[in-house]
Design a protein around this ligand. Sequence first.
Ligand SMILES: [Zn+2]
Length: 95
Amino acid sequence: MKKQLNSDTIQGSKEPTRMCVICQGRFSQQILHRFQAKDGEIVKYEKLGRSFYMCQRCIKNSEKKIKKILINKFRIKSKNIEEFGKILKELCTNG
Ligand SMILES: [Zn+2]
């Protein structure tokens, strides 16, 4: 029996994927949240600066891990990371 080749799916969807900095999983850009490090804080992406992505699952389930990784990666002060924790909670409650 001949296997049916579906070239559309094999040669790749052209959908752009981005990596979540927390779990390192790759996801469609559309479902990721984009942030940036700015003046020692983490803020929502404002089209300038060094940005990164986090997936919804990490935001919901891995707050401690997120804080630890961001502190190490971007040298965020612990006071500022608490502020960012509030942003994360908002994102969770908004769905
Ligand atoms: Zn993730």
